[in-house]
Every structure is written in C-alpha cells, then in structure tokens.
Design a protein around this ligand. Sequence first.
Ligand code: GDP
Ligand code: FE
Ligand code: FE
Length: 190
Amino acid sequence: MEREQYLAAIKPRMPEKRYIHTIGVMETAIELAKLYGEDEKKAETAAILHDIAKYADIEWMEQIVRDEKLDARLIGWGSELLHGPVGAYIVASEFDITDEDTLNAIRFHTTGRVGMSRLEKIIFVADMIEPNRKFDGVERLRKKAMKNLDKAMSACVRHTLAFLIDTKQPIYPLSIECYNDTMKREESEG
Ligand code: GDP
Ligand code: FE
Ligand code: FE
C-alpha cells in the first residue's frame, strides 16, 4: 500500500491532534532514514502506522494479547504500553505487512528493547522529536538526532525514564532493559 492509503486508514482511528503528530513522525522518520541510510519507504510506513492502536479499546487489546500470545506481562499496563505490540498485530493482519523490521519498529516504539535495529531507533527517536512535540529538552534531542542516531536513542530513553521516575510511574521491564542496553553500548564505545 502507498502513503495516502495508509494515512486514510489511520485517520478515522484517532483525533486530529494524534493525526498531526503522526504526520510529524512520518516526516522526521524519512529525514532520519535519509541521514542514516535506512529504507525511506519502510520508515514512512512504520511511522504512519506506529500509533494505529493508540485509541483502541483496552479490553479488546488485552484480548488480543491473550489470543495472539503476545508478551503476557502487558496485561494490566494500560493502553500506553499495549498500543505498540497490538498495533504491530493490527498492521500485520489488516494490511498484510510481513516485514519483521517494520513490525518491530511499531511493536517496540514506546519501550524500545535490547538490540534495536536502525529502523526501530529511527521510529523511536522520530516519535519523540517530531516538530509538534513540545517539552523541555526537545531541542537538544533534535540536535543529537541529526548528529548521531545511537546517542540520540540513548538520550531519548534516558529522558523517558527520568520523566517516568519524576512522575512516579512504574517502568515496564522492556524500557529498563532498553536503557541498560543503550548505556552498556555507550560505555563500550566510549
Ligand atoms: P505516543 O504514543 O506518541 O504518545 O508516545 P509513546 O508511544 O512513545 O509513549 C506513550 C506513553 O507511554 C508516554 O506517555 C510515555 O511516557 C509512556 N511510557 C513509555 N514507557 C513507559 C514505561 O515503561 N512505563 C510507563 N508507565 N509508561 C511508559
Ligand atoms: Fe505511541
Ligand atoms: Fe507516537
């Protein structure tokens, strides 16, 4: 499917604001793909579809986790943690997307994971720095993203974890594993 078809498919599933966010992620992901030699079309597709499940019914998403035997730890964490993994399931079943890298980029866009691919990092970072994001420190993250994808990834993960701790929210195991992985890599690369 093409860009316009994917956009038409996601538009009715989300409020206007989320749609505008999605366009921002798409443009940023394409820019990063060009910069780091990733497949631009894959980046475009994953970005358009990354939040497809954001407003899906929680009960339904938990049922999908059980029926499709997704990570059982997801039960009880709510839509913020469910929409990535369930989004990957939706795009695989509704749009016949079989490219595992594209599916993983959608699946892990909220938490990250150990050993992320270039495409996964691009979607994770683009999601945080797209032009409509407004939070303290976003400009610094944008600059990093244009210089070094791994360093930007690590800074984005640290930002999310610091935010979660500050706001007294529980941290999902994959988020911690991703943080440890990025920090160990940074240490070994110096
Ligand atoms: P969005 O869907 O574009 O808003 O962005 P994300 O999918 O990256 O994140 C959705 C929400 O999940 C954000 O509010 C994050 O702060 C939150 N989030 C990310 N990781 C975790 C986690 O480990 N635990 C909890 N409780 N929330 C998280
Ligand atoms: Fe999301
Ligand atoms: Fe998003």
